[in-house]
Ligand binder design. Structure first.
Ligand code: AMP
Length: 509
């Protein structure tokens, strides 16, 4: 199919042509006609598939007719991170350049003043992160009663980040008569339930992860002791023909440490993580996109969905905790048929994570050794269990211990540990103690004590018939809190979880 046959008007088609695209991608081909017809759409697609244009193009077409009133945006797009929101805004600028649409980007870390001024003038498209959206609503700066099109993008990532309660709240503020589009890279049961609640008779469209990733990216894995990881990375950076690279760490504090280390060794590197001020994040990303910075050390959340043309390498300085994150990370390279290279530097404890990745991507990642660094082996699971049970025993014996595992015999000392002061300084035990010494907090909320068990039972009952949740996933509050763990919905029980599909019939006495 050609773009000209998909139902878009001449102005949008001209902008698409200016961008150099001639054919819609599969997700665009499937979704655009339904969106143009005003249908709700449930899209299963990840970044890299052309998913963003699959909703921005038809939205521009629909919104080209009509005008926005002050403080009453006509469409709303929710994105999990500021960077993704900014990327969607760029899409509107690119494809809407021959039309007069107004747009506002509401993201945390930027001044309220400018955002409010724009809203006051009236906007056709509002792109926001959920937290900032709610802040502005509560300040009385937005009325959502004129929203005609509502988009929830990256829904599974919203779930991971603990945004679902915010989204529920926002949906409650929208008019019932609207068009809703929901996109997600994966469809866990929680997202299916959300879709059942928020969408009306949606058309389901789905594309598999971009095949180009599998075909054009060369994967490699090395296993080294933790203290050798930085040396291994430097070696790879020195021997690979790196044009530009994203280097992923699992924790934002490690992003900062690795960034400093690379700079100290003379590499042209920048850092991107949720603790940085937004202005710095934007500036760093711009520099990276322009090629002024060659290496960008980043966390998953901050770099989620970032689209860098022609990225030559991705390095996993830490093995991702969740196999899907591997796909997201590696998907940054090898785009549009270009070649890409992806290296994972695992430590011996990460065998299980690597196995989960291999299972997901349906292939073994070839193992490589690095000159001058001893290739380590993955620890057997049973070894680890044995050590863990020994550790539990030790903990029981020494109540004053900070709960850390004694080092495995024969293992070299870990100088890298020095580089993790915060982690060391926050043993789990301390957190528990802190809770115990706050009885007054408990005392001011007695009603919660009473309500909670019942709520939990209801949720458990509802969950028990659902397929297993990805309970081991780290749920984060927002992109400023990469390290924050949010379990499930926290204290909030979303209404859709409490709704019964069918009342249970009781036999008459
Ligand atoms: P996305 O999945 O929205 O992150 O898009 C991934 C990349 O595909 C972006 O760089 C887009 O500019 C690009 N793209 C979007 N639509 C097309 C298309 N029809 N043909 C080729 N590339 C496209």
């Amino acid at each position: 199919m050609n773009f000209s046959e998909i139902g878009l008007g001449p102005e949008v088609l001209r902008a698409v042509e200016d961008a150099g695209y001639t054919q819609p991608t599969p997700i665009q081909e499937q979704a655009i006609p339904w969106v143009l017809q005003g249908r709700d759409v449930l899209g299963c697609a990840q970044t890299g598939t052309g998913k963003t244009a699959s909703f921005t193009l038809p939205m521009i077409e629909i919104l080209a007719n009509g005008r926005a009133r002050a403080r009453m945006p006509r469409s709303l797009i929710l994105e999990p991170t500021r960077e993704l929101a900014a990327q969607v805004a760029e899409n509107f600028e690119t494809y809407g350049k021959h039309l007069k649409l107004t747009m506002a980007l509401l993201i945390g870390g930027e001044s309220f003043g400018d955002q409010i001024k724009k809203l006051d003038r009236g906007v056709d498209v509002l792109i926001a992160t959920p937290g900032r959206m709610i802040d502005l609503f509560e300040r009385g700066n937005i009325l959502l009663s004129d929203i005609k099109i509502f988009v929830i993008d990256e829904a599974d990532r919203m779930l991971d980040m603990g945004f679902i309660p915010d989204i529920e709240r926002i949906v409650g503020l929208l008019p019932k008569m609207r068009q809703t589009l929901l996109f997600s890279a994966t469809m866990p049961p929680e997202i299916k339930r959300l879709a059942d609640t928020f969408l009306m008779n949606p058309r389901e469209v789905s594309v598999s992860p971009p095949a180009s990733m599998a075909e054009t990216v060369t994967h490699a894995l090395t296993v080294v002791q933790p203290e050798d990881k930085r040396k291994a990375l430097r070696h790879l950076l020195g021997t690979e023909d790196v044009k530009n690279a994203l280097i992923f760490c699992n924790r934002k504090r490690d992003v900062a440490i690795l960034h400093k280390s690379l700079e100290k060794h003379g590499f042209n590197a920048g850092a991107l993580h949720g603790d940085m001020p937004q202005s710095k994040r934007t500036e760093t990303l711009d520099q990276f996109k322009k090629g002024e910075i060659t290496l960008l050390v980043c966390s998953d959340v901050a770099a989620r969905g970032i689209d860098i043309a022609g990225l030559s390498h991705v390095f996993n300085f830490d093995t991702p905790l969740h196999a899907e994150d591997y796909v997201h990370r590696i998907g940054r390279t090898g785009r549009a048929g270009k070649l890409g290279r992806a290296f994972t530097i695992a430590n011996p404890e990460e065998g299980k994570q690597v196995a989960a990745i291999s299972k997901l991507i349906k292939r073994e990642i070839p193992l490589i050794s690095i000159d001058g660094i001893e290739l380590a082996e993955f620890e057997e699971l049973s070894d680890r269990r044995r050590r863990r049970s020994r550790k539990d025993g030790d903990e029981a014996k020494t109540a004053s211990s900070n709960g850390r595992q004694p080092r495995a015999e024969g293992r070299a000392p870990r100088p890298e540990r020095e580089a993790r002061p915060e982690r060391e300084a926050r043993p789990e035990r301390e957190v528990r103690v802190e809770r115990e010494v706050r009885p007054e907090r408990e005392a001011v909320r007695p009603e919660r004590e009473v309500v909670r068990p019942e709520r939990e039972q209801r949720v458990e009952a509802l969950r028990s018939d659902a397929p297993p949740r990805r309970d081991d996933r780290r749920r984060r509050r927002d992109d400023d809190d990469d390290d924050e763990v949010v379990i499930g919905f926290g204290d909030h029980i979303p209404a859709f979880l409490l709704r019964r599909a069918r009342p249970v019939a009781t036999p008459e006495a």
